[in-house]
Design a protein around this ligand. Structure first.
Ligand SMILES: Nc1ncnc2c1ncn2[C@@H]1O[C@H](COP(=O)(O)OP(=O)(O)O)[C@@H](O)[C@H]1O
Ligand SMILES: CC(C)(COP(=O)(O)O)[C@@H](O)C(=O)NCCC(=O)O
Length: 391
């Protein structure tokens, strides 16, 4: 389990108590459960329209982010129980008061595990569409979070200034277990234009089988030490060390991922797991970069934002995707990454509390507090969100 915290207005406060937890939302995906909750430290008692006593924030708070492997859903249930997140949830104002807490949730697991949440925690999952949530989460982050989007190429990271008046249209590519590609035209205005089943689950699944790695992080770690040229067939391997310049292919371009394994006359055990992992990561990242660009081209989109936990802030993954987009677009399109990449859906589900009459007043106050504290939610300047970095 990883827990990340975003402080408002932007300072890392490692051991701050959670304070009053007012809302939480879930995105239960094929591989990971993402959980977002908001805590406030200053609060006072309020009575809502239905006469129920509640707490209202004075406008200071923090978003907290946590994730769990979906296969270890019990860890997530335990976390919710221990933190008593479900006691801070909300009840629908139009419904008669009940003991049931309604929690916004998205992702396929919000259907699959609805009964489990009800049975173990008495939580009723209020399902929000996964694509709606991805888009709502991305739009929120791009508009509200300072230095949320950045480019990454050849080891260079550059934050992108987002002009709120010139944000749309853009292509949102969410690389989770599988990959969804959405053309976003505005708030709630989007179309899922494509997708591919070769995604993060493919990297982890194939990688696990080929290397015997026991965790995703171990597989990624291996890829850092690997050399894909040991397995990939390069243009130079085919052209006797030469470029195929007539069609713009340099000798170092991968002609065929894993292609060397055909003629090497080696067994799996003869290859280093590091090289296999590197080759696999490159194959999948390249492929996603290429399909993304082709979809951007289809709709004349210049900006492509990548999200999803597959990226995980990993430099090599981002570099490969960026190079693929740059290569295929001849420098016309730009790959951009999001600091809260894996939490788009969960944030979108969180935002949806505001939509359906769930103690409206408190919710809007809460979200607004995030905007008001220095106007933007702070971000670290060095990129990857991790448990120990300044935010
Ligand atoms: N600890 C982890 N366990 C499993 N997969 C991980 C982990 N960290 C990153 N990943 C990658 O993230 C992908 C899941 O991304 P995510 O956006 O959470 O999608 P989903 O909603 O399908 O769970 C996995 O397929 C894998 O490539
Ligand atoms: C089915 C999904 C939307 C589920 O989302 P995920 O849990 O992978 O984040 C996604 O895996 C996907 O878009 N798969 C690709 C399907 C396709 O277009 O071929």
């Amino acid at each position: 389990m990883d827990i990340l915290e975003v402080g408002i207005p932007g300072k890392w406060e490692p051991n701050l108590p959670d304070g009053h937890i007012s809302h939480f939302a879930l995105d239960i995906g094929g591989s990971l459960i993402k959980l977002v909750y908001f805590s406030t430290n200053d609060e006072f008692d309020v009575v809502d329209k239905a006469g129920r006593l509640g707490k209202q924030s004075l406008g200071k708070g923090r978003f907290h982010f946590a994730n769990f492997e979906t296969s270890k859903i019990n860890d997530c249930l335990e976390f919710i129980q221990t933190k008593q997140l479900h006691l801070g949830g909300c009840q629908h104002l139009e419904a008669p008061p009940t003991d049931t807490t309604i929690i916004k949730a998205t992702g396929g697991g919000s259907y699959k595990y609805a009964d489990l949440f009800k049975e173990k925690l008495g939580i009723c999952l209020d399902k929000e569409d996964e694509m709606d949530c991805l888009v709502a989460g991305a739009n929120f982050l791009l508009k509200a979070v300072h230095q949320e989007a950045f480019t990454f190429m050849h080891g260079q990271k550059e934050f992108v200034n987002i002009d709120h008046n010139d944000l749309y249209p853009y292509l949102l590519v969410n690389i989770g277990s599988g990959v969804s590609m959405l053309k976003v035209d505005g708030e709630g205005k989007f179309e899922r234009v494509s997708g591919t089943n070769v995604g993060g689950g493919t990297f982890w699944g194939l990688g696990r089988l080929l290397t015997n790695c026991k965790s995703f992080d171990e597989l990624l770690e291996l890829s850092h030490k690997g050399n894909n040229r040991m397995i990939d067939m390069l243009v130079g391997d085919i052209y006797g060390g030469m470029d195929h310049s007539k069609v713009g292919l340099s000798s170092t371009t991968i002609a065929s991922s894993f292609g060397k394994a055909v003629s090497d006359n080696k067994e799996l055990a003869d290859y280093r797991p590091e090289d296999i992992s590197r080759s696999l990561l490159r194959m999948i990242s390249n492929n996603i970069g290429q399909i993304s660009y082709l979809n951007a081209l289809r709709f004349g989109l210049k900006r492509i934002f990548f999200g999803g936990f597959f990226i995980g802030g990993h430099t090599y993954t981002m570099d490969t995707i960026s190079v693929a987009v740059h290569f295929w677009s001849k420098g016309e399109a730009k790959a951009m990454f999001l600091r809260h990449e894996g939490f788009l859906g969960a944030l979108g589900a969180f935002m949806s509390y505001g939509k359906h009459g769930f103690d409206d007043l408190m919710f809007h106050q809460l979200i607004q507090s995030a905007f008001l504290a220095g106007d933007k939610i702070g971000s670290p300047t060095n990129g990857k969100l991790s448990e120990n970095e300044s935010i």
